[in-house]
Write a protein that binds this ligand. Structure first.
Ligand code: MN
Length: 130
């Protein structure tokens, strides 16, 4: 069982991600307002952070950088989930410090596979092809 923090502003996606992770034996915690995400992450001490990129207030990209710069959270793996699939955007997300990148609408199998890989300390197993 892993503690997984989800930062996502869409209620349906929160439900989908939480249900998926719980069904795989994990303990998900969701934050809808990205302004609270860093503080929530410090308090929750997640084994993995899954963040949307298109977030109001603090963008997913900014949040990834904040987590990477945080003394307590710097080594926590991050999986970005985004509806925006331009090549340049993916590169920015990865260079900001996310280890995996999953496009919406998500493939359930790939989502779970990447979560397992990151929790095992591996790199992304199946890079996006688009
Ligand atoms: Mn969003």
């Amino acid at each position: 069982m892993a503690r997984i923090l989800i930062v996502e502003d869409n209620a349906l996606n929160i439900k989908l991600f939480c249900d998926l992770l719980a069904a795989h034996g994990h303990e998900p915690e969701a934050v809808t307002d990205s302004r609270n995400a860093l503080e929530a992450a410090r308090a929750f001490s997640p084994d993995l952070v899954i963040t949307d990129i298109q977030l109001p207030h603090v963008s997913g990209l900014e949040l990834i950088r904040l987590i990477r710069d945080d003394e307590k959270l710097a080594d926590v793996p991050i999986m970005a989930v985004t509806a925006y699939s331009a090549h340049g955007d993916e590169e920015r997300i990865r260079s900001a410090g996310a280890q995996a990148y999953v496009s919406k609408p998500i493939s359930v199998a790939r989502f779970v596979q990447e979560v397992d890989a990151l929790l095992a300390g591996d790199q992304e197993v199946v890079p996006e092809e688009n």
